[in-house]
Design a binder for this molecule. Structure first.
Ligand SMILES: NC(=O)c1ccc[n+]([C@@H]2O[C@H](COP(=O)([O-])OP(=O)(O)OC[C@H]3O[C@@H](n4cnc5c(N)ncnc54)[C@H](OP(=O)(O)O)[C@@H]3O)[C@@H](O)[C@H]2O)c1
Length: 322
């Protein structure tokens, strides 16, 4: 089979690689589509290797058709599925633990299904399990028009929360409003600190962090949970620990990719219960910015590098998309 490998010049090359050999408990999936995540850019640059046991090539999620499955499990050959991966989605085939596989929601294409697992699982893990989101709470979502942001906004709205979110353009502002965001802050023209004074939040899902984090954290409601999932804006900040402990705040660091299989399985089971019916009904939807062939992964990466995408960028293999 083929996969996209990174060569010595960090170029992406369509290369022949060995077929996957499934271990006990794994299914094999013929991949029809995979989706990009910002972590792919880090992995490509050599900073975010896959956890042990996963292929060396990029790709945190995929959708396709089961081509091998044990006789006694949930999945059968021919099932249309999508999967959360530790890596290896930029390929024609992958072996994946059966617990990390979900059905393609009714009515969705392979391209749409490939855009679901990583961002909806990250949103669910952090907002529901780490953050304990309750109906009526207010949530700050940094980078609302990112792939992750578009999933997180819809999850908060499904659970009855209020969304404050940041974007870098008016086009992105329009998109997040259409997904239900209540307060939209264009970080290029508006001051997030002033908005948080007026609308203090209970939870933050923060991929920006950086020097302003400490100042923003002080503005949270009592019992607030600030969850850092990346540091696009910088690794350092200054905290007023007096205000921090008196308000009973929590600062949480979190990654999905390196969690144990049981945690990821619990996240996917929760997601299937909560959001798969809404996806089939069309009340929650994956937001697809663009679809390109897997062999043109280079152009797809450039879209994320330029911060152009509104939602997800998806790569299709040569397979058809019924
Ligand atoms: N810890 C975890 O488990 C986990 C899992 C999934 C994702 N993440 C993180 O969540 C973030 C979103 O992921 P994604 O794949 O959805 O990303 P994406 O689609 O590439 O979107 C990222 C967006 O972040 C905004 N941004 C703000 N400050 C930025 C900066 N200094 N440099 C670059 N972009 C900046 C940009 O939007 P504007 O133009 O609107 O500012 C950019 O388009 C990433 O940082 C990713 O690493 C973490």
């Amino acid at each position: 089979m083929h996969a996209i490998l990174v060569d010595d010049q960090q170029s992406l090359v369509w290369s022949e690689v060995p077929d996957p050999g499934p271990q006990a408990g794994e299914i094999v999936m013929d991949i029809h589509a995979t989706a990009l995540n910002r972590a792919d850019l880090l992995q490509r640059a050599g900073h975010y290797p896959p956890p042990p046991g996963w292929p060396e090539w990029m790709g945190l999620e995929a959708a396709g058709v089961v081509s091998y499955a044990a006789a006694d499990g949930r999945w059968q050959v021919g099932d249309r599925v999508c999967a959360l991966l530790g890596g290896g989605g930029y390929a024609e085939r992958i072996a994946v633990p059966a617990e990390l596989v979900l059905p393609v929601p009714d009515g969705l294409s392979m391209v749409e299904a490939a855009a679901l697992p990583e961002v909806f699982a990250t949103a669910y893990l952090n907002l529901c399990l780490e953050g304990g989101l309750q109906a009526g709470e207010t949530v700050l979502i940094q980078a609302g028009a990112s792939g992750l942001g578009t999933a997180a906004i819809q999850l908060v709205k499904t659970l009855g929360g209020t969304v404050v979110t940041t974007v870098g353009s008016e086009m992105k502002a329009e998109l997040v409003r259409s997904l239900g965001a209540d307060i939209v802050v264009n970080h290029r023209t508006e001051n997030l600190g002033a908005v948080l004074d007026e609308h203090p939040v209970d939870i933050a899902l923060d991929c920006v962090a950086g020097p302003d984090l400490g100042r923003y954290l002080e503005k949270m409601n009592r019992g607030g949970r600030w969850i850092v999932i990346a540091t696009l804006g910088g690794d350092r900040t200054e905290l007023d620990l007096g205000r921090f402990f008196r308000s009973g705040l929590k600062l949480i660091g979190s990654t999905l990719r390196n969690r144990p299989l049981e945690t990821k399985a619990a996240v996917l089971a929760g997601l299937e219960r909560l959001l798969w019916p809404a996806l089939a009904a069309g009340t929650v939807r994956p937001v697809i910015h663009r679809t390109l062939p897997l062999t043109d992964a280079e152009s797809a990466h450039a879209i994320l590098q330029r911060r152009e995408n509104l939602g997800k960028v998806v790569l299709k293999t040569g397979e058809s998309d019924p």
